[in-house]
Ligand binder design. Sequence first.
Ligand code: DLL
Length: 439
Amino acid sequence: MENTEKRYYQPEAETMPVEQIQKLQSEKLVKIVRHVYDNVAYYRNLMDQKGVKPEDIHGIEDLHKLPFLTKADLRDAYPYGLLAKPLADCVRIQSTSGTTGKRVVAFYTQKDLDMWEECCARAIVAAGGSREDVCQVCYGYGLFTGGPGLNGGSHKVGCLTLPMSSGNTERQIQFMMDLNATILCCTPSYAAYIGESLAERGYKPEDNHLKAGIFGAEPWTEEMRRSIEKSLGIKAYDIYGLTEVCGPGVSFECEEQHGMHINEDHFLAEIIDPDTGEVLPEGEKGELVFTALDKEAFPLLRYRTRDICVLSRKKCSCGRTFIRMAKPMGRSDDMLIIRGVNVFPSQIETVLIQEGYGTNYLIEVDRVNNSDTLDVSVEIQPEHFSDTVRELAQREHALADAIKTMLGINPRVHLVAPKSITRSEGKAVRVIDKRKLHD
Ligand code: DLL
């Protein structure tokens, strides 16, 4: 049996009674609101506009009085507008990829970096990591938070860290096999690609020394998890985070894998109705909002993530008391509205894998004669190679039917040649919405 004893990095924090966590959060909130109001004109204006002063905030019960902060605010305030510490106290920046507009630049003091890396260390230890492990980090290094965050966490745990960054899969495999890597950190889509590449080189899942993977930065389904676990012979753990809040490690999975524990001593989570902004009770689905309680340089009060998920305070048998968040199935802005129906790409992924296809697929949406079209391309599997054209057409129909049952709309399905869909070394691009090009 797997040894799951002592899987805490900071047991006092991670198993603190809920009342104590909430008391700590209240104390920290009062302090951070004062810090922000006194040091950041942008926040002061937002709070003044809403008619709220730091002295109105006595604890977490007053959180709802504070204004929300959105990505648009972060862009408005670019680059220094939200800085709450002198630049001389800052030691690092990280940044978002900036695909949808101006980049967001987040600043860190040394204390901020330590806190972030400790959060990543908690995730590594929860996945069974210790100083005996060899941790291969193949998230991108640089401005992206994935590489630096897990690298720092791995150091704190004392693992032998392989700072690979993403890409160069040949070299990844060579180091993995030669240095007996035991923990793999990368995006789930890259993990799937590495698994596929190992198989192509004749390696079986039991040939590597990996025991766990810490995968995140993009939505992935339970079906994808099982597929990666099988191809690499590991247990795959989810990790969540976003640049604005710090990076990976805002929340992480324990061995129970029923949602990710939010590091509540540092981050206060709420779920709101994305349309009205109303705070929803625990257990209801809505937009995740974070307040960072300890960040000095780049504080965030009630930051709207646009990630849609559910929180649960149910007791977890791992002993951690931190609230859990369900896997976010994509950002509200990743949701496609096709012929009036809300579609998350992850729903299509679920059907594809359930129907026996791999994790390489592409969704294309377009508008022809004022009507939306949905095309799903997925690679044929080795067992289909001997199929006749007629059999392949039947397969396409069967898959289209299964997708229609899930979504309620008819897609066109294309079975395409193996390897014809571009593999991802970082965050996978699985959706092309051509309607945006026409607008
Ligand atoms: O992706 C930070 C990260 C790095 C997380 C490595 C985990 C591992 P950003 O590039 O700012 O930061 O993107 C943040 O990615 O708001 C979610 O929409 C999505 N996301 C991150 N982790 C997960 C996950 C990093 N485990 C955005 N499941 C977030 C689903 C995720 N979506």
